[in-house]
Design a protein around this ligand. Structure first.
Ligand code: SF4
Ligand code: SF4
Length: 899
C-alpha cells in the first residue's frame, strides 16, 4: 500500500503569555491508502491540533513551526503545476500542505481530504439548510465554486439556462449524498435546518458534507463522542460502509479505546505532543510496548477488574515539558536515563510487524503494577433496608405557557421527561440508571431530590415522604441527599475558590456549628472504666461542665472502653479534647477537656481541609480557582462539596463522562472508597455502560421517561431481557480488536420526542422484535419495515414528489405524460416506487394489496385513510397496550415476557 498522507517531524506551537505551548512536538505518522489509523490519547495530548495542522486550519496564535504534511495526489499535483509556475510545494505526485498557499489548501480540503468535526451543533451553520451546506461543498469543489475567476461561473452569467441545469444537478447530488449517509426521505429534508435534526442525524449531515466530493482521505475528529452508544454504533457502521464503497483512508481521532479497537487497522498513541507508540491494532491492544499505552489500557473498567488502576499524576504542562521522556514523572518503570536527552524509537514485535515505541525499555515487568491497588477493598454488602422509594414519579414540562396561550386557551403540550417511574434504592448500594440522552435520567435524579418539583408521584426518603415537607423541612432533609454534577467546570462558580465552594453548603446548613451557649444536662457516661480515672475539665470560657442554669455551657460526653480502645463521642457541639493514658492494654487515665471550640469559620475551615484530604486534594489547593485545576481535580471538588454536609445518599449525574479514562479510574475508585468509609448510598446516572457495570450493584434501564428493566448488574449483562437493553448492551464498543460485532443490534432512528411519545410500549417505533398480530404470517424483519413505513405515513413524511419523479424516469417521461389510461398507470408506478423503496422483503399478495391500497391514499394526499388502512391490518399489541414493569426479581416491561 502506498502512503497517502505522511506527517514528518511536525511541530505546532501556540504563543501564550506564559510561553509557547508545544501542542504537537515532532510527530511522525503515515496513513496508507485504504487503511484506518486511530490516533488516541488523553485530552491535551495534541490529537485535535494534529488534525487541524493536517488540514491547514491552525489559526493565530498558533503556527506550524516545522515539519511537513505530505499528500500524495497525482491529479492535484498536475493541477497545481498548471496553476503555479514551478510550485515549490509540489514534488512529483506529492504536495506539501505546510508549504502550500491557502488557495491551494482550499482545493485540497473537501475534494481530497474531508473532515468530520466533533460537535455537529457547533460545526453546522444554523442559518443555512442542511442541503445548502452539503451543496456548498459540491459547488466549491466540483461545480466551479463561487469564485469570480471560475469559468463555469462566467458561463452561468452568460447562459442562465446552463446555470439552472447545474443547480438542478447540484440539488440532485446533494440528495444522493444525504441518502448515502442514511438520512431518511432526503428529498423532503434537504430544505430543513440543523435544529430540525436529531443529534445523530446532524452528525450524518456533517459526514455528508465531508464526503460530498468523495475525498480519498477522511479525518474524523471524535466523530461519535457527543453521541449515545446506539447512535455511535450507527455512525461507525456508516463510516465503515462508506470507506468500503469509496476506498477511503481514515484518520480516526478519539479518546475511546473501544472505538479504536473496533474500527482501526493501525493505532498511534499520543502523549504530550508526541507519538509514543504505533503499530497494528492487535499488537497495541495485546502486546503494548510503551508504559503509557499499558497503563492507559489498565485504567479501563472491565468485567474482570474489581478495582481500577489509574495512572498517577497529570499530563505535563506543554509549556514546560520534562526533559527526556515526557511520561517519566508518571511512569512506574522510570529510570535515571529516561530523563536525559531524546528517547529513540525501538522496534517491537516480529520482524515484519511495524510496531515502534518511544521508550528505553525492551520490556517491563507488569506483574507488580497495580497489584496493591487492584486488591479489592473490603466492600460491605448493601442492606435490605430501603433508603429511597420512588413511586409513580412524573416530571412534565409545559410548553407554550405564555400569557396569550392561557387567555386563548391554547393547548399546552407537555414534555414528558419522566413518565411514572418506580424504583427503590437500598441502604449502602449503588443503583445505576442508564439510557440514551433525552431518556429522562438526569431529570429523574433532580426530581427525586425535589431540586425540580415533580409533577406527580411520591419520593420517600428514610421513611419521610418528601412531598409532606415544607420548604424549610425539605432544605434540612436535603442535607442528607446530595448531588454530584456532570460537568465540574460549569457546575462550579468560577468566582469562588475551592475552599469557598466546599464551605458554602456548610454555611447554608450551619455546619459544623459551634455554640458555646448550649443548654442541657451534662452527663459523663463511663462504661467499662473506673470513673476515678476520668477527669473532665471545663476550659476557662465555660462556667461549668455540669449544670443547666442560664448562661452555662454544657456538654454530654460519653467515654466507653472497648478492649484497649477508648472512643469518645460528643453529642453537643463543643470542642472536646481527650487524652488517654495507657499501661499496655489497660487504660489508666482519661482527661476530657471541654471548651467552646473554634469559631464557625475555624471549624468550617477544618472541615474543608478534612474533605480535601478525603477526596485526594492538597490542603494547599484551598485558595485555587476552578480554572486552575485539572478536570479530575474539579470533579473531586464537586464530590467534596457533596460530602461536606455528611449526606447518606448521593445522586451522581454522569460524574465521570467529561473525564479521560485514567482520571475516570481515579474518581470511580474514590467514589467506591468514600462509599465504604462513610456508608454512602448512590444513584449513579451514566450513559457509559462499562462504567455503570463497574460501579453498580443493580442497574435500572430507562427509555423515554420510563424504566424498562431492573436487575442485578451481573444478571443484566448475562441475561438482558428487554429488547432495548439487549440493543444497548450490544452497542458497547469493546476495547479488544478480537471482539466480534456480528451479534450487534443496530437500532434504527432516534429516541422519539417526549412531547408525544408512542402509544403502548414507547420503544415500539425502534424495537427489532415488535410483535406482529397473531394472524399475520410475516418475517420479523419484514414486519419491522412495514411498521417503519406506517410511522412515516402517520407522520406524513413520505417523499411522494421524489417517488413520482423516480417513477416517471423509470417509465420514460414521454409515456408518463401522455398516459392513455387517464393517469392510472402513472399512479400505479408511483405506488410501486414508494413500496419498493421502503420495503425490501417479499410479502404475501394479501399484504401487498393492503399496503398498495394505503399508498394509493398517500399518492392522493389522503394520509389519514392511508394510516387507518395499515392500522387495521398491521396493528401490534405493542402499540395498543403499555407493558407493565412488574415486581419480579428481574423485571422487564415487554409483552414478549407476558405469560
Ligand atoms: S522511557 Fe523511561 S520513563 Fe519513559 S516510558 Fe520508558 S521507562 Fe517510562
Ligand atoms: S413490548 Fe413490543 S415493542 Fe416493546 S419492547 Fe416488547 S416486543 Fe418490543
Amino acid at each position: 500500500m502506498t502512503n497517502l498522507l505522511s506527517l514528518s517531524d511536525l511541530r505546532t506551537q501556540f504563543a501564550t503569555d506564559r510561553g509557547r505551548v508545544k501542542a504537537v512536538d515532532g510527530l511522525d505518522l503515515t496513513v496508507r491508502e485504504g487503511e484506518t489509523v486511530g490516533l488516541v490519547g488523553e485530552s491535551g495530548s495534541g490529537k485535535s491540533v494534529t488534525a487541524l495542522s493536517t488540514m491547514g486550519l491552525i489559526d493565530d496564535p498558533g503556527e506550524i513551526v516545522s515539519g511537513s504534511v505530505e499528500l500524495e495526489s497525482a491529479h492535484l499535483a498536475d493541477e497545481f503545476r498548471a496553476q503555479y509556475k514551478n510550485p515549490e510545494f509540489v514534488d512529483g505526485d506529492v504536495i506539501d500542505l505546510v508549504q502550500a498557499p491557502e488557495e491551494a489548501l482550499r482545493a485540497v480540503r473537501g475534494s481530497e481530504i474531508g473532515m468530520i468535526f466533533q460537535d455537529p451543533m457547533t460545526s453546522l451553520n444554523p442559518s443555512l439548510t442542511v442541503g445548502e451546506q452539503v451543496a456548498e461543498s459540491l459547488r466549491l469543489h466540483q461545480y466551479g465554486g463561487r469564485r469570480k475567476d471560475s469559468w463555469l461561473n462566467a458561463v452561468r452569467e452568460l447562459l442562465p439556462r446552463i446555470s439552472r441545469d447545474i443547480d438542478d444537478e447540484v440539488v440532485e447530488r446533494t440528495i444522493d449524498v444525504l441518502e448515502s449517509v442514511g438520512i431518511p426521505e432526503p428529498g423532503a429534508r434537504v430544505d430543513e435546518y440543523p435544529h430540525e435534526f436529531s443529534g445523530g442525524m446532524r452528525q450524518r449531515v456533517l459526514i455528508a458534507i465531508a464526503l460530498a466530493c468523495q475525498p480519498r482521505m477522511l479525518v474524523a475528529d471524535e466523530p461519535t463522542t457527543a453521541l449515545d452508544v446506539t447512535i455511535q454504533a450507527q455512525i461507525l457502521d456508516l463510516i465503515d460502509d462508506l470507506q468500503e464503497d469509496l476506498g477511503m483512508s481514515v484518520l480516526m481521532i478519539t479518546h475511546d479505546l473501544g472505538v479504536v479497537a473496533e474500527t482501526c487497522d493501525r493505532v498511534a498513541v499520543m502523549y504530550a505532543g508526541e507519538i509514543v507508540e504505533e503499530g497494528p491494532v492487535d499488537e497495541i491492544f495485546h502486546n503494548p510496548s510503551h508504559p503509557y499505552t499499558y497503563t492507559l489500557l489498565e485504567s479501563l473498567p472491565s468485567e474482570e477488574k474489581e478495582r481500577l488502576t489509574p495512572i498517577e499524576g497529570n499530563v505535563p504542562d506543554l509549556i514546560d515539558m520534562p526533559e527526556g521522556c515526557h511520561f517519566a514523572p508518571r511512569c512506574p518503570w522510570a529510570k535515571p536515563e529516561c530523563t536525559a536527552g531524546e528517547i529513540p524509537y525501538k522496534q517491537h514485535g516480529a520482524g515484519a510487524v511495524d510496531h515502534r515505541s518511544k521508550c528505553v525499555l525492551d520490556d517491563f515487568d507488569t506483574d507488580e503494577y497495580g497489584t496493591e491497588a487492584m486488591v479489592a477493598k473490603e466492600t460491605s454488602e448493601p442492606s435490605d433496608n430501603p433508603l429511597l422509594e420512588v413511586d409513580g414519579l412524573k416530571k412534565y414540562y409545559q410548553q407554550g405557557e405564555g400569557f396569550l396561550d392561557r387567555v386563548l386557551g391554547v393547548d399546552q403540550q407537555s414534555v414528558k421527561a419522566v413518565d411514572g417511574i418506580d424504583f427503590t434504592v437500598f441502604e449502602g448500594e449503588t443503583l445505576g440508571l442508564v439510557g440514551e440522552s433525552g431518556c429522562g435520567k438526569s431529570t429523574a435524579g433532580r426530581s427525586l431530590l425535589h431540586l425540580t418539583e415533580p409533577t406527580d408521584g411520591r419520593v420517600v426518603f428514610a421513611g419521610t415522604d418528601l412531598s409532606d415537607l415544607d420548604s424549610d423541612e425539605l432544605r434540612k432533609t436535603r442535607r442528607d441527599m446530595q448531588m454530584i454534577f456532570q460537568d465540574p467546570l460549569s457546575s462550579l462558580d468560577p468566582r469562588m475558590t475551592v475552599g469557598q465552594t466546599i464551605q458554602e453548603p456548610l454555611k447554608v446548613h450551619d455546619l459544623p456549628a459551634s455554640d458555646p451557649d448550649v443548654r442541657g444536662e451534662v452527663k459523663t457516661e463511663l462504661s467499662g472504666i473506673d470513673s476515678s480515672r476520668v477527669t473532665v475539665t471545663a476550659s476557662d470560657e465555660i462556667d461549668a461542665i455540669v449544670g443547666s442554669s442560664d448562661g452555662v455551657a454544657t456538654a454530654h460526653v460519653s467515654v466507653t472502653v472497648e478492649g484497649s480502645e477508648v472512643d469518645v463521642s460528643v453529642e453537643e457541639r463543643l470542642r472536646v479534647d481527650v487524652e488517654v493514658e495507657r499501661d499496655g492494654d489497660t487504660v489508666t487515665a482519661v482527661d476530657v477537656t471541654v471548651s467552646p471550640g473554634d469559631s464557625d469559620r475555624e471549624r468550617q475551615r477544618r472541615r474543608v481541609n478534612q474533605l480535601l484530604d478525603a477526596v485526594g486534594l492538597e490542603v494547599g489547593q484551598y485558595d485555587r480557582y476552578p480554572h486552575e485545576l485539572s478536570g479530575g481535580q474539579r470533579q473531586r471538588v464537586g464530590i467534596a462539596r457533596a460530602l461536606a454536609v455528611d449526606p447518606d445518599f448521593i445522586v451522581a449525574d454522569e460524574p465521570v463522562s467529561a473525564l479521560d479514562v485514567s482520571v475516570q479510574a481515579q474518581i470511580l475508585n474514590l467514589l467506591e472508597d468514600l462509599q465504604e468509609r462513610f456508608g454512602l448510598t448512590y444513584l449513579f446516572i451514566a450513559h457509559d455502560l462499562s462504567v455503570v457495570r463497574h460501579i453498580s450493584d443493580r442497574i435500572a434501564v430507562m427509555y423515554l421517561g420510563e424504566i424498562v428493566e431492573v436487575a442485578r448488574t451481573d444478571e443484566l449483562f448475562d441475561d438482558p431481557r428487554h429488547p432495548y437493553t439487549q440493543a444497548l448492551l450490544s452497542a458497547i464498543p469493546e476495547p479488544d480488536p478480537a471482539a466480534s460485532t456480528d451479534d450487534r443490534i443496530i437500532l434504527e432512528g432516534d429516541v422519539p420526542s417526549p412531547i408525544n411519545p408512542p402509544s403502548g410500549c414507547h420503544f415500539r417505533t425502534r424495537c427489532p422484535q415488535v410483535i406482529p398480530p397473531e394472524d399475520l404470517d410475516i418475517e420479523q424483519a419484514a414486519y419491522r419495515e412495514v411498521m417503519d413505513l406506517r410511522q412515516r405515513i402517520e407522520k406524513q413524511s413520505l417523499d411522494v414528489a421524489t417517488a413520482r419523479e423516480e417513477a416517471m424516469e423509470g417509465r420514460g417521461k414521454q409515456a408518463a405524460t401522455v398516459s392513455a389510461d387517464g393517469g392510472t398507470a402513472e399512479h400505479g408506478a408511483v405506488v410501486d416506487e414508494l413500496r419498493e423503496s421502503h420495503l425490501s422483503y417479499s410479502l404475501s399478495p394479501e399484504l401487498v394489496e393492503v399496503i398498495d391500497e394505503a399508498l394509493e391514499y398517500v399518492v392522493d394526499d389522503d394520509w389519514e385513510h392511508a394510516a387507518d388502512v395499515l392500522r387495521d391490518r398491521f396493528e401490534s399489541v405493542c402499540e395498543r397496550d403499555a407493558p407493565e414493569l412488574g415486581t419480579a426479581d428481574h423485571p422487564a416491561a415487554c409483552h414478549l415476557l407476558d405469560n
